[in-house]
Ligand binder design. Structure first.
Ligand code: GRG
Length: 300
């Protein structure tokens, strides 16, 4: 019987251990020795905290195809590094200007802005070095497919482009469609890439990949809806970051247009869409099913 809580804890522990090992002076040094301050800032922005949901989704998708755990973990680390870089940069004064992340000072507060920018840059770069490493997958064609997927999900047509649209939207005038596009890119694209990378590691055929993509897109919408609801309903202590930011910035979300109850109803419908996409898969997709349900019930 699948146990979501055990799966999530096990994944988070594995990611924490592997990240701590990878983000070391020995591993990060290139033609020259990496600066100790840079490594410390990268570790501050990546270790101790974080639900590690993207590596979890990746390994749950990979589990459908019996991918070895080590391969799923290596690719999951790459996604988590991109995620942590995005949070470090998102917290900067030029972006969301936050002091608190995962219950601790943000990287630019603990160090300084320049160090935070560089720590994010180095995490992003290291993510692609990980995917290029044969421990990720013995077949170079699979590794290239993973690099392409992560680049698409995190770049101008994905997460970074979504962040740009979000900033543009602060001026107002966004339609419901504009908000949905921005959110699908800013938050959804990396979640989509995570699931698809698990499928790519498993050699999924085009049909399975399409089904998992449909799941991932709905799961990404559910994750973002939950985040928008929690921004209104949860405390900063529970979230480990400032809340009430959307309203303070006058940002439009589905909560502003539908209200909290309307948004909750929409969240439940979106989770149902994610689950129905998986109907052709048997119990091997129970992990992905449980994570979509968790998105509707999470409290932080
Ligand atoms: C600055 C390049 C760049 C991108 C920023 C991800 C992102 C794009 C901004 C983060 C701002 C934000 C709060 C987005 C909402 C969704 C989100 C990514 C929440 C945080 O993800 P969790 O809940 O965080 O998975 P943990 O801490 O558990 O890893």
């Amino acid at each position: 019987m699948y146990d979501f809580s055990a799966d999530m804890t096990d994944c988070a522990q594995a990611v924490e251990l592997a990240l701590a090992e990878r983000l070391s002076i020995a591993t990060l040094s290139g033609p020259g020795p990496v600066a100790e301050r840079l490594v410390a800032a990268m570790r501050h922005g990546s270790l101790e905290g974080g639900k590690r949901l993207r590596p979890l989704l990746l390994r749950q998708a990979a589990a459908i195809f019996n991918v070895p755990m080590q391969q799923a973990l290596t690719a999951g680390l790459a996604v988590e590094m991109v995620h942590c870089y995005s949070l470090i940069h998102d917290d900067l004064p030029a972006m969301d200007d936050d002091d608190l992340r995962r219950g601790r000072p943000t990287v630019h507060k603990q160090y300084d802005e320049a160090t935070a920018i560089l720590a994010g840059d180095a995490l992003l770069t290291e993510a692609f070095a990980l995917l290029a490493d044969p421990q990720c997958h013995p077949d170079p064609a699979v590794r290239i497919a993973l690099v392409t997927e992560l680049a698409r999900g995190s770049g101008g047509g994905g997460m970074v482009g979504g962040q740009m649209r979000d900033i543009e939207g602060e001026a107002g005038g966004f339609s419901g469609h504009d908000i949905a596009t921005m959110q699908a890119m800013k938050t959804g694209a990396l979640i989509r890439a995570s699931v698809r990378m698990g499928a790519i590691l498993g050699g999924a055929d085009a049909r399975a990949l399409a089904v998992l993509t449909a799941y991932a897109e709905a799961a990404g919408r559910a994750f973002q809806l939950a985040d928008d609801i929690l921004d209104v309903t949860a405390s900063a202590a529970t979230m480990g970051k400032a809340t009430g930011k959307d309203a303070a910035l006058g940002k439009q979300t589905l909560v502003t247009t539908l209200g909290v109850d309307g948004a909750r109803g929409h969240l439940n419908d979106t989770v149902a869409t994610a689950l129905s996409a998986l109907r052709t898969f048997g119990p091997k997709a129970d992990g992905l099913r449980a994570t979509a349900r968790y998105f509707a019930s999470r409290e932080n």
